[in-house]
Design a protein around this ligand. Structure first.
Ligand code: SF4
Ligand code: SF4
Length: 267
């Protein structure tokens, strides 16, 4: 009896083993070897800035699905050239874009409404009655963006606001996706003058919440022409048109929210 059972179990094991081996052979998915080669060409940052889970997934998307070859911002022009050469296509790199936090209201200029004692995370803080800051649009300063940044390009200053060091930014956009206030934008690297405010509230409301907010007076449009445009009560830079007289525009802004960002020592 014992012998018969052992033989039966052994036989079943043998059959299953053969079935599995055949399945492995016939059902195996053979990956195009170019995926691995192209992965080697990509920077290996695995930052997800291209919109895929990592460099390997992006390589696969290019080879298998014909994804655009221009999506790897951290790789810059050199990597783009290499990808294009590998794929036998032509592609031209646009100007590199870097992140910028469009808020200048630090703790000295934009007060808090209440003491927030929860976990030090911007999404958590934002979930508590829209955040502790009087301005509903201002940077909360709990550093979710800084923690998301793979290259430590974002600093939370001693006065409680996030500042990007553009020299360090690789353009992966992780911070943009992380910020619950939607105040981080990608801007052309060559541009240094920005409207450091994201509040679309009317002037009187802005004034009550922040000393350096945009009050929607349109003076920047008057003196800066098409290099600025209004989004409701909020002035925004039109980066396609250079500012002819930056000093005048900065000087005329009564909200003091148009600022030329100096190059930091971080780079
Ligand atoms: S920019 Fe956004 S994510 Fe970064 S600290 Fe400010 S509120 Fe938080
Ligand atoms: S600041 Fe950091 S997270 Fe944001 S785009 Fe630049 S590298 Fe990426």
């Amino acid at each position: 009896m014992i012998v018969a059972t052992t033989v039966a179990i052994g036989g079943m094991g043998l059959v299953c083993g053969v079935a599995l081996a055949m399945a492995a052979r016939f059902l195996a998915v053979h990956e195009d070897p170019r995926v691995e080669e192209l992965t080697e060409i990509l920077p290996g940052a695995n930052c997800g800035g291209c919109g895929f889970a990592g460099c390997g997934e992006y390589a696969k998307a290019i080879i298998v699905d014909g994804a655009e070859v221009t999506l790897c911002a951290p790789g810059g022009a050199e990597i783009l050239d290499n990808i294009a050469a590998f794929m036998g296509v032509e592609a031209e790199a646009g100007e590199k874009h870097v992140a910028i936090v469009l808020c200048g209201g630090d703790n000295a200029k934009a007060p808090r409404r209440f003491d927030y004692n929860g976990v030090a995370d911007c999404n958590a803080a934002h979930a508590v009655d829209g955040g502790d800051k009087k301005c509903n649009h201002g940077c909360l300063g709990y550093g979710s963006c800084a923690r998301a940044c793979p290259v430590e390009a974002i600093e939370i200053t001693g006065t409680g606001i996030a500042v990007v060091h553009p020299e360090l930014c690789i353009g992966c956009r992780k911070c943009v996706k992380t910020c619950p206030r939607f105040i981080i934008e990608m801007v052309p690297e060559s541009q240094a003058t920005h409207v450091f405010c994201s509040s679309k509230d009317k002037g009187p409301i802005v004034k009550k919440a922040c000393q350096v907010g945009c009050i929607g007076c349109r003076l920047c449009v008057k003196f800066g022409g098409e290099s600025f445009e209004m989004d409701g009560f909020l002035a925004r830079r039109n980066y396609e048109t250079p500012i002819e007289d930056e000093d005048t525009v900065i000087d005329k802004c009564p909200g003091d929210c148009i600022v030329r960002q100096e190059k930091s020592a971080a780079g």
